[in-house]
Ligand binder design. Structure first.
Ligand code: IVH
Length: 687
């Protein structure tokens, strides 16, 4: 049976004719096969979400028909079989698994059960020790009188493999523990993983050398640990976090709690995640889950959930174990961020500057809570590098939890009917020639504003909130206006009439009036917004602002020589050339003049303050969160006129982070780098 057949049969698992026994057997075969591929071969056949879904189906069937449970069911054992080649070692204390919670009610039920089993009243508040659930591979590491002794993989939970030579190469793992209170024998437990960045760099290197490219950081880490030659592991960026220890009774009594143990382990020099902390009651667990969830995409490593452990060892002892998992701990999973789909087609989109972007049309799938049916493939090089063909099974991931990304799926079996993507020679919208400029990855439509796609995108850009800001002028409406040829340049927006607008579909009298009002309101703008709105290639918001402050008036800018343009902050030869070309075009000159004649105006640019003693002078700012007194643009302008600079992301070079309400990951990063954080009040004071 091919992978495709397997996948299809997995999805058609709830046919009413199938007996529970047959359904269970089928699921067991499927899951065992996937587990073997995943755990033993390090070559996953399906994404985790697919596995989890079928595992749950099996669990449901088994709880309905406990008399039918098979001994070879994956629910009856912990992990996969150890591979040959390493010495097999029996674990002193078995390495267990964790029960899963998938939603809030599962967590509330877990907390309630803990109290019931411990004979505590429902209103009692339990203390928990909480960590991220690292997405790597579990390892048990033995220390002998404080010296690294051996490292054993989890294996099937009872017997694992001695991978000491490879684990010893992990630089963040101490080979000798520090402190004076080191036990003679210590067995710690934790996770080996790779950071997202290290993983990507390593994969690039592997690809360059024509070596194996891994599907994800976890498989890269697992694949590395299973190498028989430790030199290979030494050359790969493995990391380790400690999340527990298999302690003796005496030690448990002394330390009293999981959180005290974590501190003790960290004090001995073992790496413990900064995200590990304590939480109180179910509310505390859920807020930890949300908190970490919000930061998940910006964490340097992958996690697939968080883990909650009853903090008190006494209470843990009282709760005990069920089958292969403790009753005192649970893993609360996040929704999958990588889901299997199929590439139905590759279409092309024409951008504002004519760039032709291939876009994947996908079988709709839910990724991280959002339905995704299309995703950019960036350019032809990218499609070739990923070797994608229409008809392929692909994985869809939401990169940074926002932009969907298509990744090749290692288990794909290519059908004979699959087709390779061919870049069109002519623009699908205006039929102009498509050209690839030298040194660029992008192909471009040469139609300019003759091309309705380019025109539509230019108008959308012009009306954007950060440009001229026409409220209520949505993308769909722009498409209609361009299609009807009512709008052929941005100036035409200011010539739209009420009588025409009300006749449009879905345009009531009120919305027509509102639209005209906001078009009218948008005439009062700033020079910087106006320049940005023109959509000159390579002129982003910041450059537009710099040009505005430098030239102060539009005629002076339009007449500026390349040399004069090069005097502007951050304007190099490419940008200067692009600005010159734009204003040399008679059509563009006319649009600028028409816009001004139609009433677009802006306050005179403030004369640049060169007060070098101002605290903002020469400083680099990053803005985050929502300010109450200023828009981000206003704040950026205030900083700029005082000789400061605003950049997009926090780095060592950042002097100040201006943080408003609901500031997110930038605030964490600033704290980590020791960047000074200003709240709005302090900022105002400094102004
Ligand atoms: S505690 C009694 N804590 O999750 C079980 N496990 O199903 C002890 N994992 O493969 C596990 N992060 O390697 C624990 N913070 C964490 C974890 C964690 C990841 C993995 C573990 C095992 C699986 C447990």
């Amino acid at each position: 049976m091919s992978n495709l057949d397997l996948f299809d049969s997995a999805n058609s698992g709830n046919s009413p004719e199938e007996s529970p026994m047959l359904a269970m057997r089928r699921l067991i075969d499927l899951l065992n096969r996937w587990e073997h591929a995943y755990y033993v071969l390090d070559e996953p056949e399906v994404p985790d979400s697919e596995y989890d879904k079928n595992y749950q189906l099996l669990q449901q069937l088994e709880s309905k028909h406990p008399e039918l449970i098979q001994s070879n069911s994956p629910t009856q054992r912990v992990g996969g079989k150890p591979a040959e080649g390493f010495e097999q070692v029996r674990h002193r204390v078995p390495m267990l698994s964790l029960g899963n919670a998938f939603d809030d009610s599962d967590v509330i039920a877990f907390d309630r059960r803990v109290k019931e089993l411990a004979d505590l009243p429902p209103e009692a508040i339990i203390d928990y020790s909480v960590d991220p659930k690292f997405d790597g591979l579990a390892i048990s590491i033995h220390y002998n009188n404080g010296n690294f002794d051996k490292a054993i993989t989890r294996g099937d939970g009872t017997v694992g493999e001695d991978v000491s030579a490879n684990v010893k190469t992990i630089r963040s793992l101490p080979l000798r523990l520090k402190g004076s209170d080191i036990p003679a024998q210590l067995e710690i437990r934790g996770e080996i993983f790779m950071t997202k960045k290290d993983f990507m760099q390593m994969n690039e290197r592997q690809a360059e050398l024509g070596l194996k490219v891994f599907a994800n950081p976890r498989n890269a880490a697992a694949g590395t640990i299973r190498q028989l030659d430790p030199k290979i592991a030494a050359g790969r960026p493995l990391r380790f976090y400690c999340y527990g220890a298999a302690l003796e009774r005496e030690q448990l009594r002394e330390l009293k709690s999981q959180s005290a143990m974590m501190k003790w382990l960290a004090d001995m020099g073992l790496p413990v995640s900064e995200l590990s902390q304590t939480a109180h009651g179910a509310d505390g667990l859920l807020s930890f889950y949300r908190n970490v969830g919000e930061r998940r995409s910006s964490l340097p490593f992958e996690i697939d959930g968080v883990v909650y452990k009853v903090d008190s060892f006494d209470l843990q002892d009282q709760l005990g174990y069920v089958a292969k998992a403790p009753r005192f701990a649970v893993a609360h999973k996040y929704p999958p961020d990588e889901v299997l789909s199929r590439l139905l087609n590759i279409e092309v989109q024409v951008g504002r500057t004519g760039s032709i972007t291939p876009v994947a049309k996908l079988e709709p799938v839910k990724v991280g809570g959002v339905v995704v049916s299309s995703a950019t493939l960036h350019n032809l090089d990218e499609i070739q590098r990923k070797d994608l063909r229409v008809g392929d099974q692909v994985l869809v991931r939401r990169a940074g939890d926002v932009i969907p990304e298509v990744i090749p799926f290692s288990g794909n079996v290519r059908s004979a009917a699959s087709t390779a993507f061919v870049m069109p020679t002519h623009c699908p919208i205006c039929n102009s020639l498509v050209r690839k400029e030298e040194g660029e990855a992008a192909f471009r439509c040469t139609g300019g504003l003759v091309c309705k796609a380019q025109l539509t995108q230019s108008i959308i850009h012009f009306a954007h909130r950060r440009a001229i800001d026409i409220e209520g002028l949505g993308n769909k409406l722009v498409e209609v206006l361009v299609d009807k040829e009512w709008v052929k340049t941005p100036a035409d927006l200011f010539r739209l009439e009420y009588e025409a607008l009300v006749q449009l579909e879905r345009m009531g009298e009120k919305s027509a009036r509102n639209l005209l009002d906001s078009i009218n309101k948008a005439k009062q703008t700033t020079f910087g917004r106006f320049l940005f709105g023109l959509g000159i290639r390579h002129v982003g918001e910041a450059t537009a602002r710099d040009l505005a402050t430098h030239f102060k008036n539009v005629d002076r800018l339009m007449g500026a020589s390349i040399d004069a343009l090069l005097e502007v902050n951050d304007v190099g030869p490419v940008v200067a050339e692009s600005i010159r070309q734009f204003f040399d075009e008679p059509g563009n000159q006319q649009v600028v003049h028409e816009l001004i004649a139609l009433g677009l105006s802006w306050p005179a640019e403030e004369t640049q303050v060169t007060d070098e003693s101002h605290p903002f002078y020469g400083k680099t700012f990053v803005l985050t969160g929502t300010l109450s007194q200023y828009s981000r643009d206003d704040a950026a302008a205030l900083i700029a006129t005082r000789g400061g600079k605003v950049t997009g992301s926090v780095s060592k070079k950042t002097d100040y982070l201006l943080a408003g309400e609901a500031a997110g990951s930038k605030l964490d990063k600033a704290a980590a780098l020791g960047v000074t954080v200003l709240d709005e009040g302090t900022f105002q004071g400094m102004l």
